[in-house]
Design a protein around this ligand. Sequence first.
Ligand code: AMP
Length: 246
Amino acid sequence: MARKIQVINGGAVPAAMNSSQNPNPKSQAPLALILFGSPGSGKGTQSKLLAKALGIPQISTGDMLREHVRRGNAVGTKVEAKMKAGILVKDYVVNQLVEERLAQPDAANGFILDGYPRTRAQAEVLCGILSPRGVQAVVIHLVVDYNVIIARLTGRRQCPVCGTLYNVTSKPPKVPGVCDLEGAKLIVRDDDREEVIRERLDEYEKQTRPLIDFFRETGNRLYEIDASHDNPQAVFGKIEELIRKS
Ligand code: AMP
């Protein structure tokens, strides 16, 4: 069951959605949804499902940074070593990426932030972007047991072409090691190696988890969902229901 921690404002959904898609037809304000949780909590999977259902973009700072690394450009060169080590990259780098991304037209009616903000400085910048737009974020905190997280991250595989995520035990591809959609050979992310996973979880505990207090202090609606054992569709159902009711 989804546990509501704190609810401050009325609902907010993308204006572009028609009433059959709109989970909350009462409101027309843009939806700024923050998917919050530790690495391996399912933010990426849920963001993709929500983006499809709500018709608003998923904005993943991890994906954006990986794309810069793949291109080998100035940003990519700057962040590559930190990402490989599981350390957060500098706030100004991600803040700039997010500011530019949120200025694009497809984000005008709402967006889903996946993996941002991760530090207090980032959360403050985000508030500075959202406040003038009259938008308040809805934060969904995905809570997952530590052991489940470790199993998920060590078993995770990704298609290098379409980004689809698999897990060797809980969501295997039809043919081992091959993407169902693209036929490409699945990869293990550099930062899904065990020693790096530990570093990433450490960064989360030190820098990111404390943001829960920040969200509370700043009056954002914050919901907590137990996402340890349900399958992704069931977790998605809980989030959808929350958005509809909020
Ligand atoms: P993710 O795919 O969200 O787990 O991100 C992968 C890596 O990208 C992280 O371990 C960080 O090195 C970097 N990263 C992604 N998002 C952020 C962020 N908001 N702030 C700082 N570093 C980030």
